[in-house]
Design a protein around this ligand. Structure first.
Ligand SMILES: [Cu+2]
Length: 379
């Protein structure tokens, strides 16, 4: 939109700047991500424009300065000019920077206003930041009612340098957010615990997710593909381990995905009133533990000394079930967040798992916790 305000020579310079180093531009390691939305393209062009303005000023100021130092040096007998308290000079050096600033602010403001216009969205999705994963709820449009949690799948071995790093190291998740191409998608952000931020550079989107507040942003992806981003607000120990992956599909493929996802969700629906057998609870709990608890308490249940207590041999895990249920529902101290967003079946199964895993097997009271216990404790 601000392109009209650019002169022909500036356009040529902008084109030159983006193509002069094709190897680097192709690699994108030194540049912004390739824009996939109109907003991202505007941001990209603004960045290029500002860069050119800064470079022109840089060369003009230093050019004049070095030329003056060289050409008017004392050894050549130069005499200093006297324009002390010159009204003309003062007016010029007030008006010129003013015009430069206005010239940069006008196109930038247009883009910022467009970024904030979340009206008339085709699809609305709520993104909730958790320590350390993202939850997605499709609120409006096709796919309404779909809801899932998106967790990092990069194996810990790669993080610990025990295995070679994969292609999408730390930017791969189990459940990707899926949206249709060329539709306006409104993202509502909020958080469960601390401030996170939802960012996809290729969309030109970065929005804080703040507990107790609702913020929104939007994008309209123009190209089918997979786009990756990360939490962009330092949010604790695993800040680097909560990536964001968005898959943009054609409308037909999106419709297919919606049907599949809805089927998958109804199949997974747990009946919280069902009485589970101990082996079923333990099997389910092991999965819940691996996805939610192992990052801190470790797969071995040994925790990390000084930071995260061991669950193997722990008194709470061996004690009455009510105490452990209370910690899972309400959290404890700063280190243990509340896990009330998990379902009753998930909480019951993970508690049952910890009570039978490692050396805890056969120790303590209440080895089995049923979903109904959690339902009762929530009241
Ligand atoms: Cu975060």
């Amino acid at each position: 939109m601000f392109k009209q305000s650019l002169g022909k020579s500036q356009m040529a310079a902008a084109a030159l700047a983006s193509f002069a180093l094709p190897a680097i531009a192709a690699d994108r390691q030194y540049n912004l991500a390739e824009p996939v939305t109109d907003i991202a393209r505007q941001i990209y062009d603004l960045h290029t424009l500002m860069m050119i303005i800064c470079l022109v000023i840089f060369f003009a100021v230093f050019g004049v300065m070095f030329y003056s130092i060289f050409a008017h040096r004392k050894s050549k007998g130069a005499k200093s000019a006297s324009f002390h308290e010159s009204t003309t000079v003062e007016i010029i050096w007030t008006i010129v920077p003013f015009l430069i600033v206005i010239g940069m602010a006008l196109p930038a403001t247009k883009t910022v206003v467009a970024m904030k216009d979340t009206s008339n969205a085709d699809i609305t999705i709520k993104a909730t930041g958790y320590q350390w994963k993202w939850g997605y709820d499709y609120l409006k449009g096709e796919g309404e009612g779909i809801s899932f949690v998106s967790t990092l799948v990069t194996p810990r071995d790669q993080v610990n340098n025990a295995a070679p790093k994969g292609e999408n190291y730390l930017v791969e998740v189990d459940n990707v957010m899926v949206v249709p191409v060329n539709k306006k998608v409104r993202i509502i952000t909020t958080a469960n615990d601390v401030i996170h931020a939802w960012m996809i550079p290729a969309f030109g989107v970065k929005q804080d997710a703040i507990p107790g507040f609702v913020r929104d942003t939007w994008f309209k992806a123009e190209k089918v593909g997979t786009y990756r981003g990360q939490c962009a607000e330092l949010c604790g120990k695993d800040h680097a381990f909560m990536p964001i992956v968005v898959e943009v599909k054609s409308e037909a493929d999106y419709a297919k995905w919606v049907v599949e996802k809805q089927k998958e969700m109804s199949a997974k629906m747990d009946d919280p009133t069902k009485v589970w057998t101990a082996p079923d609870l333990v099997a389910r709990g092991e999965k819940v533990y691996a996805a939610n608890c192992a990052a801190c308490h470790q797969a071995t249940g040994k925790g990390i000394a000084g930071a995260f207590p061991a669950l193997d041999g722990d008194v709470v895990v061996a004690g009455p079930k009510a105490d452990q249920i209370a910690i899972l529902l309400n959290g404890k101290n700063a280190g243990m967040p509340a896990w009330k967003q998990l379902s009753d079946v998930e909480i019951a199964s993970v508690i049952t798992y910890t009570r039978s895993a490692w050396s805890n097997q056969g120790k303590g009271t209440d080895p089995i916790v049923q979903p109904a216990d959690i339902t009762a404790a929530r009241k």
